[in-house]
Write a protein that binds this ligand. Sequence first.
Ligand SMILES: Cc1cc2nc3c(=O)[nH]c(=O)nc-3n(C[C@H](O)[C@H](O)[C@H](O)COP(=O)(O)OP(=O)(O)OC[C@H]3O[C@@H](n4cnc5c(N)ncnc54)[C@H](O)[C@@H]3O)c2cc1C
Length: 478
Amino acid sequence: MEHDADVAIVGCGPVGVMAALRCSQRGLRVIALDNETEVYPLPRAIGMDDEIQDLFARAGLIESLRDHSTPGRGGDFVDASGERVVGVDVSPDFVGVLGHPPMIMFDQPSVETFLRDAAVDAGVDLRLGVRATGLVANDLGVTLELDDGTSLRSRWLIGADGAKSTVRDLIGVDLIDQEFDQNWLVVDTTLLDPGLALPPLARQHCDPKRVVTFVPGHETRRRWEFQLKPDETRDQALEPGFLDALLADWGRPDQLQIDRVAAYRFHGVVADRFSSGPIFLAGDAAHQMPPFNGQGMCSGMRDAENLAWKLAAVAHGSAGPQLLDSYDEERRPHAAQQVAQSVDAGKLIDAIAHDGERALESGYGRRKFPRLEHGVVESGDHRLIGLPLPAPVDGSFTIGTSWTVLTGPGATTELPELWTALGAAAHPIAASAFGDTFDPTTTVIVRPDRIVAAVTTDMSATTSRLAPLIVGESRVEY
Ligand SMILES: Cc1cc2nc3c(=O)[nH]c(=O)nc-3n(C[C@H](O)[C@H](O)[C@H](O)COP(=O)(O)OP(=O)(O)OC[C@H]3O[C@@H](n4cnc5c(N)ncnc54)[C@H](O)[C@@H]3O)c2cc1C
């Protein structure tokens, strides 16, 4: 089969475009298509964590991102009287271990716009106003049928076509419900009166009369999310007068300009498979979660980067095709944990509204931020395995697009041949490069997506374990 592209991507939302950009930056031929002709004009995602900011940095887009975002100031849960039950304050100039603010508040349409421009500049063939309607897949690749009567052929296909994914339906993947289902009214406003007293941080108002989320966005943007009661329908919530009564507690019409109002069903679902042969699901097509932790798009961006480096490695022949099996093994449990964490956050808001501080004993909100526990990572017990590598405190190196091997001062600098064959960048590091995070006798293996794959004192054994996963059993000679 002759391919029109290495990768075809259905859906040019933030996840599809990030996948397109990162595949193209790694030398793949990419066609990305969307049935809409313009970026969706209204913001949905508003918060972005530091791991995804770092992805923008690695893609060469950190300056643009900074131009369209504001560092987040933390978040808290308060009771009906406004007393803080639990929370964290973050100063505007604080940067976390990855070298970025832990969370930024950003403007989704502007970010999607510069992301699309960057994808086109990187060589992505962006086709707008065309809908994918059907597909046929076999060992040779995928033929995608389009609503303009044409078709295109690619070696792989990514379905990043959102919550109502056509690709997901066409390959017969089901969504598993994570048992959270609530109706909320989301209101985006522009602050007209800088003197209006609003919290500087994201706040969950756990008031039994009505639970409300407030999020201060980029520049003058302010968002409220009002939980609807069981007897209030989404249609009722959109009727004139309903919102005015809710917003009146926060500000007058001359202080807040309403930009958009939307009623959402917040729920948690995870696809039962993230891949089927040469087809992969990413972003909302694969998982959806309530927005309380700001992780829906961020999880999708993790999918995008996870796929991009693996597809490129297989296309360029440095990895075997079995590497692509690790996409589902890695991303599905990780995304499922983030859905569970976001569902927990929603349950914690309700629990605090009803039980106050006692709700903190409920266990909601105690889950740790997930790490990759399966796939191309060692099952060692170092706390950073499966998580992004922190930035070195001495700034001695930056992570590129290939594998990175960091050798501590007491570790052997002789690397097994596999790492040279993979084009790994080798950096000797000072004992203090990461504070006391790593024992100086260890070697740290970092994947092309910045995830720590191994922290080891026995490179030979670790290489033997990782090589079959990367290059395949038949090619293991390392
Ligand atoms: C109120 C709210 C707040 C949120 N807050 C946050 C937050 O703070 N942080 C965060 O990380 N996430 C947040 N999210 C989640 C985030 O908005 C989504 O996870 C993200 O936008 C999904 O991106 P996507 O690219 O996967 O899908 P989408 O943005 O839905 O893009 C899918 C694209 O596919 C196209 N398409 C669909 N079908 C076809 C077809 N057959 N052929 C061609 N094109 C097709 C569509 O036109 C669309 O452009 C929030 C969501 C909501 C609703």
